[in-house]
Design a protein around this ligand. Structure first.
Ligand code: URA
Length: 207
C-alpha cells in the first residue's frame, strides 16, 4: 500500500488548526512546522541505523545512530514551509530544490528550477509537498527525482486528495505517500476540498 495515513492525535489536532480559516500566518507557520516534524518522524521510522557507543558520565553506553544518507527535497514554494522541521530532525541531511509553478487557469505544473545533490541512488529521498491535489506537480517533481537516479522516495504531504494519490500510485507505484488525511476531492479550480486553502499564500501572507 503506497499511502500511509498518519493518525497520531497530535498530527490530527495540528491539522485542524491549519485548516481553520481564522488561523493567521504566525500560527500557521508554527503548526506547519509541528506537523512536519511528526510526519517526518513517521516517514523515517524504518531508517537504517548502525551500532555506536558513547561514554556517559557513568560509563560506556551502546546505542544506534542513523546509518543512511537522507536527502530532503522541498517542492517550491510551499514545500519550504516544511523544510526546517525535517532539518531539525536530520541536521546533516542534504537538500535539493525543485521549483514548479502551477498555471492558475489550467492547474498544469511547469518546472522553473531544479538543483539536486549527487548520488541520489543510495539515498532516502523525502520529497516535501504539503498539498497533493491533482498530483500533477508531484508527478513532475518525481520525474525529476527519478531522472536524477533517486530510487527510495517518500512524499510527505499535509493534505492529500484522492485524485493526486491515484496519479502518483499509477505512475510511481514504488513511492510511499505519508499524509494525515485524504480529503473529499478537488473543486473546479483544482483546490482540495475541504483542504486548507492555498498553503503557500497562508504561509507567506500573500493572500
Ligand atoms: N495547493 C494548495 O496550496 N492548496 C490546494 O488546495 C491545492 C494545491
Amino acid at each position: 500500500m503506497a499511502v500511509h495515513l498518519v493518525e497520531h492525535p497530535l498530527v490530527q489536532d495540528t491539522l485542524l488548526v491549519l485548516r481553520n480559516a481564522q488561523t493567521g500566518a504566525a500560527v500557521f507557520r508554527r503548526m506547519a512546522r509541528r506537523i512536519s516534524v511528526l510526519l517526518a518522524a513517521e516517514a523515517l521510522r524504518d531508517l537504517p541505523t548502525v551500532p555506536s557507543r558513547v561514554a556517559t558520565p557513568m560509563g560506556e553506553a551502546e546505542g544506534r545512530r542513523i546509518g543512511a544518507d537522507v536527502v530532503v527535497v522541498p517542492v517550491l514554494r510551499s514545500g519550504l514551509g516544511m523544510l526546517d522541521a525535517v532539518l531539525e530532525l536530520l541536521p546533516s541531511a542534504r537538500v535539493g530544490h525543485i521549483g514548479l509553478q502551477r498555471d492558475e487557469a489550467t492547474a498544469v505544473a511547469s518546472q522553473y528550477y531544479a538543483k539536486l545533490p549527487n548520488g541520489l541512488a543510495g539515498s532516502y529521498v523525502l520529497m516535501i509537498d504539503p498539498m497533493l491535489a491533482t498530483g500533477g506537480s508531484a508527478a513532475a517533481a518525481l520525474d525529476v527525482l527519478e531522472r536524477a537516479g533517486a530510487r527510495e522516495i517518500r512524499i510527505l504531504c499535509i493534505v492529500a486528495a484522492p485524485e493526486g494519490i491515484a496519479l502518483v500510485e499509477r505512475r510511481f507505484p514504488d513511492v510511499r505517500i505519508y499524509t494525515p488525511v485524504i480529503d473529499r476531492g478537488l473543486d473546479d479550480r483544482k483546490f482540495i476540498v475541504p483542504g486548507l486553502g492555498d498553503f503557500g499564500d497562508r504561509l507567506y501572507g500573500t493572500l
